[in-house]
Design a protein around this ligand. Structure first.
Ligand code: NAD
Length: 351
């Protein structure tokens, strides 16, 4: 079905409120999820709601949590999210990092024990909109590890996303590079599974370690894995995200001595930099504008697919989906409806 984004925000917010969140939290989480749908990343949109409800019921996700400040020494801070909604805790962490980077030129932030923070690009976009640069490394340190190391055939990591956001200029939109370090985000495997579709060839391995495009190997036994993107290079980046977001900030990695039964838990290392502390802003802006314009002059190898800049596909999807609505497949809608029923409400019973 196709649904208008404002209506989807209301329905989603009602469901999250039925899970025990106060109105502001319910609205913030709903906005983050629907914004992910609008950006074209259905993997991190409202299709996550059944997981969230399961985690609420298992008490691995706790509504209305404020973070514990583990340390704050000016330009460095570590927060413990105490299993609260990651979308709210990571948003507040970015607010801290923006202020601290303005004051000190750089801010480094670590986040432990937050429930799923969602689409990481949302945080990069927010920082870039303030004229600052952001680098985020994220790990997933609970649940079964679904991503196999390069040359391996058993899961050892999560999809560990990385986001780097460069502020835009008067002429150029912000550059937002934001991706899972797996060939395909796990949520996209879920979307394909729900829609009965295949995933790109080689994105998955079956239980024997043979490449497959069948998403059932992730959701039905015998268990397969998701491969890292870019062979040894993407695998290396996934490992770095694991170590920076897991070990360095004190969140914990997914190594087996750490507990795995805590729902969806993200660790995150964020570095925010004020570019004006390094170079004159007008020089940076000139170089950014010239470089992006130079890229855009490349003739397309396929005339129907022009060269894009990271962040552009999300802006294109957003404009289209705001105008045309968000498509939600029947299985995802049914799963959300069932999750709502388990909270004693109907998902589409709201206004
Ligand atoms: P993806 O493969 O769609 O890649 C997205 C990135 O590539 C974006 O920066 C986009 O602008 C850029 N891009 C896409 N096509 C492009 C083109 N033709 N030219 C230039 N740039 C282009 O993303 P993904 O790996 O499926 O990840 C989806 C989302 O999932 C991300 O927002 C990520 O943060 C999120 N995620 C979150 C978690 C978590 O635990 N919280 C885990 C994994 C992924």
């Amino acid at each position: 079905m196709r649904i208008e984004h404002q209506r989807l925000r209301r329905l989603t917010s009602n469901l999250i409120a039925a899970g025990g969140s106060r109105e502001a939290e319910a609205r913030a989480v709903a906005d983050h999820l629907v914004d992910a749908n609008l950006a074209g990343h259905d993997s991190h949109g409202v299709g996550m709601l059944p997981h969230y409800v399961r985690n609420l019921q298992a008490k691995t996700l706790v509504p209305n949590r404020t973070p514990e400040i583990v340390s704050n020494t000016g330009a460095f801070a570590v927060w413990d999210g105490r299993n609260g909604y990651g979308q709210v805790i990571a948003r507040d962490a970015m607010g801290w990092a923006i202020k601290a980077a303005r004051q000190h030129g750089v801010a480094v932030h670590g986040l432990r024990n937050t429930h799923h923070i969602g689409r990481v690009g949302a945080y990069g976009e927010r920082v870039a909109a303030e004229g600052l640069l952001a680098v985020h490394f994220v790990n997933g340190n609970s649940g079964p590890p679904r991503v196999s190391p390069f040359l391996g055939r058993e899961g050892r990591m999560s999809t560990n996303p990385i986001c780097i956001a460069v502020p835009g200029t008067k002429a150029t939109q912000p550059i937002i590079l934001d991706f899972a370090t797996s060939r395909i985000a796990l949520g996209k495997v879920r979307v394909a599974y729900n829609e009965g579709k295949k995933v790109p060839a080689g994105a998955l391995l079956d239980a024997e370690g043979k490449p497959t495009d069948d998403p059932r190997v992730i959701y039905e036994p015998p268990q397969g894995t998701v491969t890292p993107f870019g062979e040894h290079k993407g695998y290396g980046l996934a490992l770095i995200a694991e170590l920076l977001a897991g070990a360095i900030v004190g969140a914990g990695t997914i190594q087996p001595a750490n507990p795995r039964d805590r729902g969806i838990v993200n660790g995150m290392l964020t570095v925010v930099i004020d570019p004006e502390r390094m170079t004159d802003r007008s020089f940076v802006d000139r170089e950014v504008d010239a470089m992006i314009a130079y890229l855009k002059t490349t003739p397309a190898s396929d005339p129907t697919k022009p060269v894009l800049i990271p962040g552009e596909p999300e802006r294109i999807a957003r404009a289209r989906r705001i105008a045309e609505g968000i498509e939600i497949d029947a299985t995802t809608w049914r799963d959300i409806d069932e999750a709502a029923a388990s909270l004693g409400m109907r998902f589409d019973g709201g206004n």
